[in-house]
Design a protein around this ligand. Structure first.
Ligand code: HEC
Length: 158
């Protein structure tokens, strides 16, 4: 009787771990997809602070502006070679929900130009972000334009 109970308990635990494992590893590219989305979110948060100041929704603070610009600079210079594996697009079955259009891979390396445009715009923002609202406004507008330009071509619309 005791042994039977033990067996049942062991089986239940085993079933549970298998279920958890399967949930954690749905598609082969899900970790990369989640990581690149997290990178985009961090970019979005930092550029969002600058946009809020640019639109005078929050007060312009040169230190916060400089920090956000430096954070953006670090983010756009991270290596991304492992974040966009072939087959991790929004049209392939079995991937975590994502909006990366197959055009990214079909027209490669076109997307690299878009990525370099962002890196350059951020490099121009860094030295002026803390130099007053007007200088920052122009530079952050250019950064936003490069985000949009890549999204227009390579991100699926909602
Ligand atoms: C070189 C192309 C490119 C550039 C430049 C780019 N993005 Fe993206 N972004 C994408 C793609 C592709 C996706 C969809 C990724 C996915 O769903 O896996 C995306 C997704 C996002 C998302 C949604 C993330 C999520 O949680 O699903 C946000 C927010 C975002 N981008 C913000 C930005 C901001 C802000 C910038 C500029 C500072 C920027 N992006 C620049 C290509 C780009």
């Amino acid at each position: 009787m005791k042994i039977r109970k033990l067996t049942l308990a062991a089986l239940t635990t085993a079933t549970l771990s298998v279920t958890l494992y399967v949930q954690a590893a749905d598609g082969p590219h899900d970790d990369a997809i989640e990581a690149r989305q997290a990178l985009m979110k961090l970019q979005n948060y930092n550029v969002g602070l600058l946009f809020a100041m640019a639109k005078e929704k929050i007060p312009y603070d040169p230190d916060v502006a400089a920090e956000a610009a430096n954070n953006l600079d670090a983010l756009v210079n991270l290596g991304q070679s492992q974040l966009w594996p072939a087959g991790s697009d929004s049209a392939t079955e079995g991937n975590a929900t994502n909006r990366a259009l197959p055009a990214i891979w079909e027209t490669y390396p076109k997307i690299v130009e878009k990525s370099e445009a962002l890196t350059s715009a951020v490099a121009a923002l860094v030295p002026v972000a803390g130099n007053g609202l007007e200088a920052m406004q122009d530079a952050v507008g250019d950064v936003g334009g490069t985000c949009k330009s890549c999204h227009d071509d390579f991100r699926e619309e909602r």
